[in-house]
Design a protein around this ligand. Structure first.
Ligand code: PMV
Length: 314
């Protein structure tokens, strides 16, 4: 029994999305978390091996991932708690804005559902992973679990009682380069700092978030075009970066890589995810151009620079 889930990239709208503005995220199918399930030894309950992190399996019933497995068993109405041994592996960089935690959780939920022989809806997977992420990160917007569970480009708006999640149209393949600063950044730190700043200066921050929302709406329209207008699309991404810097979540290492990508001819570039470290993205014309930008980023100190293609969709 094997299930997988992709990494993700927030194209635009991070941070403002926490305050009700729309954001756009895409899956990254080449980076994945994989979970397998086997029958466990009698009386062992649920055990979870994470060989990349520790030689010893996790058994603590209060560990968030064990709790998630129990929540999934309850959702699929498993009659009693079985003895199950799960193993999870991932090649998604940790704490760099690519959704490694949500991908691991999604792969586990899907593996348990498969074990139970139950078809599980993307929305149910997304809800289960969101509840688990809340225990770990406080108040995430829910965009990570949504794009990873749906595994397609999405438009996401945090709202009550349930978020709006819409698959979006991508009219032509989008050539991106993801540059990693190598600085790990835990999402809750910049998210907490933005909350404090918003509380201290509500009008300024509400206006910044609204300006991000406008950019995200324009980006959606441009993404749907069959003949992409890369100049306009890139300008929107760079404008989003300027707002993120004003919101206070950029960092010198991010600004450096963004400058290098633009100097190498990228149409636009911005940080992606929570900021203060982690990754940036740049928009390229095609795969040759993307390879050139990636080489420039590596030469400038990016610990990784990976071209990726968001395929046309919808
Ligand atoms: O660090 P990441 O990639 O999980 O991105 C966080 C995105 C934020 O908008 C900053 C927070 C959130 O919960 O949406």
């Amino acid at each position: 029994m094997l299930a997988t889930a992709p990494a993700k990239l927030i194209l635009c709208g991070e941070h403002a999305v926490v305050y009700g503005q729309p954001a756009i995220a895409v899956p990254l199918p080449d980076l994945r978390a994989t979970a397998t399930v086997q029958a466990g030894a009698p009386q062992t309950g649920i055990t979870l091996a994470v060989p990349d992190l520790s030689p010893e399996p996790i058994r603590d019933p209060q560990h968030p991932l064990i709790e998630l497995i129990h929540a999934t068993l309850a959702t699929i109405a498993a009659p009693t708690t079985p003895n199950l041994h799960l193993t999870v592996r991932s090649n998604i960089p940790i704490a760099s804005g690519m959704g490694s935690g949500a991908a691991v959780a999604t792969a586990l939920v899907r593996a348990v559902a498969q074990w139970g022989g139950v078809e599980i809806a993307d929305a149910t997977v997304s809800d289960l992973v969101y509840q688990s992420e809340q225990r770990l990160h406080g108040t995430p917007s829910g965009i990570d679990n949504a794009v990873i569970a749906y595994a397609q480009p999405i438009w996401f708006v945090r709202q009550q009682p349930a978020p709006l999640i819409e698959p979006i149209q991508i009219g032509a393949p989008l050539h991106l380069v993801i540059g990693d600063t190598g600085l790990r950044s835990e999402t809750h730190r910049p998210v907490g700092a933005v909350r404090q700043a918003w509380q201290a200066q509500p009008e300024t921050y509400t206006a910044l978030f609204a300006a991000v929302g406008d950019i995200v709406r324009q980006t959606r329209t441009l993404l749907a075009l069959p003949q992409p207008d890369l100049t306009s699309l890139g300008a929107l991404l760079t404008a989003n970066q300027h707002l993120l810097a004003q919101i206070g979540v950029s960092a010198p290492a991010l600004e450096h890589l963004i400058g290098v990508a633009l100097a190498a001819g990228a149409y636009g570039a911005k940080l992606s995810g929570a900021g203060w470290g982690g990754i940036m993205l740049a928009l390229a014309a095609d795969s040759t151009h993307a390879a050139q930008i990636a080489a420039a980023l590596r030469a400038a100190g990016a610990v990784q620079a990976t071209p990726t293609v968001v395929q046309a969709h919808g």
